[in-house]
Design a binder for this molecule. Structure first.
Ligand SMILES: Nc1ncnc2c1ncn2[C@@H]1O[C@H](COP(=O)(O)OP(=O)(O)OP(=O)(O)O)[C@@H](O)[C@H]1O
Ligand SMILES: [Mg+2]
Length: 227
């Protein structure tokens, strides 16, 4: 599913080049789940952005399924993100003028979906019920708590039934019970629908539940054991 080989990523800033990822490789089979832990600033979000085709590596190759994502045109990258990928961002980027339900439906507005609108909306309601937000459908983002915004973003990432979910701290601002809810949802998808899952987390308990763990350190991924 994911085959990233010898990828490096540097950022040019005034005065210096920041080398974030250095010759990093990652292989994840179809339907596999893994977590990435590592200190703040180690490059976890940078790596997810590369795998999600939101940014390009300075060198190296990234294959997702049978696509070399470095060679995608902008339109193809958008199509890949719309059809195959669910991305839970560390900053959730909810649209402020839209309700919770509408925000979850946003990914459905892009692309060429054929499904009847009622079915999509029904799925959005079910996802929101699963993340415990069925009583907040009409709230606007500013009327939500931090954890509720995050849970909305998780539901939004799943509306297109992606085969790959990349989640950047999906339980960052959640209490233990909501953390379990999100973990259950992601792990159920992985187990029942064979969704491939890559989760960045500072939460050792979540990393442990996901099973396979990598630590991002010194620009590379190292096999790790969650405590
Ligand atoms: N566009 C950019 N320009 C310059 N430097 C950048 C850019 N994006 C990220 N960096 C730098 O790359 C490093 C890694 O950033 P990244 O956001 O990937 O870290 P992270 O592991 O996700 O950290 P956190 O746990 O705090 O979210 C940081 O030192 C950051 O300053
Ligand atoms: Mg980050």
């Amino acid at each position: 599913m994911i085959s990233a080989t010898n990828i490096s990523k540097s950022f040019e800033t005034p005065g210096e080049t920041v080398d974030v990822l250095k010759d990093l490789s990652l292989d994840l089979a179809d339907g596999e789940a893994a977590s990435i832990i590592g200190p703040s600033g180690s490059g976890k979000t940078t790596l997810l952005n590369l795998i999600g085709a939101l940014d390009r590596p300075s060198s190296g190759s990234i294959w997702i399924g049978n696509q070399d994502i470095a060679t995608l045109t902008a339109d193809e990258a958008t199509r890949f993100r719309n059809h195959s990928l669910g991305f839970v961002f560390q900053q959730h980027y909810l649209l402020p003028q839209l309700s919770v339900l509408e925000n979850v439906l946003v990914p459905r507005l892009a692309g060429d979906w054929k499904e009847p609108a009622e079915e999509t909306e029904q799925r959005a309601r079910e996802l929101l019920a699963k993340v415990g937000l069925d009583h907040r459908l009409k709230h606007l983002p500013w009327q939500l708590s931090g954890g509720e915004k995050l849970r909305t973003a998780v539901a939004r990432a799943l509306i297109n039934q992606p085969s790959l979910v990349l989640a950047d701290e999906p339980t960052g601002s959640l209490d233990p019970s909501s953390t379990d809810t999100i973990a259950d949802l992601l792990l159920d998808l992985n187990r029942d629908q064979k969704v491939t899952l890559l989760v960045v987390t500072h939460n050792q308990a979540l990393a442990k539940r996901i099973g396979k763990t990598f630590e991002l350190r010194d620009g590379k991924l190292w096999s790790a054991v969650a405590k």
